[in-house]
Design a protein around this ligand. Structure first.
Ligand code: ATP
Ligand code: MG
Length: 145
């Protein structure tokens, strides 16, 4: 049970806490872990690849993807002393949609997610990503407060 665990990370404190819980679980269960980051899509303001703004947008996207990959690699290094199999996945899109699709397509058995993330506003219990993922996932979801 829970041999494949997906942990979505936005770099927030709560998502890092979700990673610690995942590592502790994965060690006990001998589970494989995937660290996932979604670069949120830019608003469809400039779509053409031919004009100057299109090129600027393209380089912003590349930079954001690179940044996301580096962040995940740092998290991998931070848990390299643990005896667990880890890989990473970075993609651009709507965070909740991408997390749900990845979990579904690759048959993850558990998603461990923070209750809040970078956009935390005091007074709300859950962020929009954790809210949507917990309501629509086809596997169990562990929400870390
Ligand atoms: N872009 C992302 N990529 C990967 N995981 C994410 C991303 N955004 C959020 N998450 C995951 O979802 C958890 C909850 O974050 P969420 O975005 O729902 O809360 P929030 O930022 O406080 O609120 P909101 O984004 O609705 O303003 C995070 O701790 C993280 O585990
Ligand atoms: Mg957020």
């Amino acid at each position: 049970m829970y041999k494949k665990i997906l942990v979505p990370l936005d770099g927030s404190e709560r998502s890092i806490k979700a990673l610690s819980h995942t590592v502790a679980l994965a060690e006990k269960l001998a589970a494989k872990v995937t660290l996932m980051h979604v670069v949120p899509s830019l608003p469809p303001y400039v779509n053409t690849a031919v004009d100057h703004l299109g090129q600027v947008q393209q380089s912003i996207i590349e930079e954001l993807m690179k940044n996301g990959k580096e962040m995940l690699e740092q998290f991998v290094s931070s848990i390299s002393d643990k005896n667990i199999e880890v890989d990473t996945y970075t993609v651009m899109g709507q965070p909740a949609d991408e997390i749900l699709e990845k979990a579904n397509q690759d048959n993850y058995e558990l998603i461990v997610i923070g209750s809040r993330g970078l956009g935390e506003i005091k007074g709300y219990i859950m962020g929009s990503v954790s809210n949507r993922v917990s309501r629509h996932a086809s596997c169990p979801v562990l929400i870390i407060r």
